[in-house]
Write a protein that binds this ligand. Structure first.
Ligand code: PAF
Length: 282
């Protein structure tokens, strides 16, 4: 695995792949890698001849009171995992390469960026869209892989790639979970042991609500019950909502639905989501 920190070196390495007629896939990450990221790498290997993983803790997607400073940074462990997994290039741009002095561009995707996490974390998806467009322009991949755990992020990136004719395939990969159902996340490392035990209420509440809605139960009552269960477990809720899986707007009978939640347990903010069949909705 080549570890590359300068854009000229990245371009040279990618040009060699292209010259050999190879397909390139990109897995963008912020590091602190876990089995969820490694599932993206494995999927990338199935979609391309060469896999590039980027690690960049992007300051533009953190709000002023968020965890940018304490976000886990584990370059050595990450690099070992990626090398063992057969990744070709680890792209590790320093912040001055990503955002040189005078950087003044903001990429903003309206609609899908505005609700849910977009409302709870103002500016977050502009930061994501800006850095992901830069990564796409730097690597020019044939495919890029994102976890469904960040379901709204995936929708924002898909919209942006389609709107801006970015000419790559955006592939979503199913959320990886611990044995008890908690979605894997770099932020799970913040959880105190007692909060880790309570955190399982999040996927359980979503699962129960999805089952109730799929069986034709009243969706608002199912959502209210999920909110009550999570609050009783100790969560402070940002949202628990049912949306259309593609537009993230109002759900419609017969179309794919998605149930999404964001909530804090202790000082840790967790997000999760699951698909919901809306054939019996409404
Ligand atoms: O999902 C993440 O880790 C980040 O939001 C991403 C896509 C790497 C952009 O910084």
């Amino acid at each position: 695995m080549q570890t590359v920190r300068q854009l000229a070196d990245l371009r040279e390495a990618i040009a060699a792949f292209r010259k050999a007629g190879e397909r390139v896939a990109l897995v963008p990450t912020m590091g602190a890698l876990h089995a969820g990221h490694m599932a993206l790498v494995e999927a990338a290997k199935r979609h391309a001849d060469r896999v590039v993983v980027s690690i960049f803790v992007n300051p533009k997607q953190f709000g002023p009171n968020e965890d940018f400073a304490q976000y886990p940074r584990k370059e050595l462990a990450d690099s070992t995992m990626l090398s063992k997994a057969g990744v070709d290039i680890l792209w590790l741009p320093p912040v001055e390469v990503m955002y040189p002095a005078g950087f003044a561009t903001n990429v903003s995707v309206s609609g899908v960026s505005e609700t849910l996490d977009g409302a709870a974390r103002p500016g977050h998806f502009d930061g994501v869209a800006t850095v992901v467009s830069k990564l796409f322009n730097q690597v020019r991949p044939d495919a890029a892989l994102f976890g469904e755990k960040d379901f709204q992020q995936l929708a924002v990136v898909r919209r942006m790639a389609a709107d801006l004719d970015m000419g790559l395939e955006v592939i979503g990969v199913v959320t990886q979970r611990d044995d008890d159902g908690l979605a894997l996340s770099s932020r799970n490392a913040y959880l105190l042991p007692e909060d880790r035990v309570k955190a399982v209420a999040l996927p359980r509440a979503l699962g129960a609500a999805a089952r109730a809605i799929e069986e034709g139960g009243d969706a608002q009552a199912a959502l209210a019950h999920a909110r009550d269960v999570m609050t009783a477990a100790g969560f402070v809720l940002d949202y628990v909502e049912l949306v259309d899986a593609e537009t993230l707007g109002a759900p419609e009978k017969g179309r794919p639905g998605r149930l999404l939640a964001a909530a804090r347990i202790g000082t840790t903010r967790l997000i999760d989501n699951i698909p919901v069949n809306l054939n019996n909705y409404g």
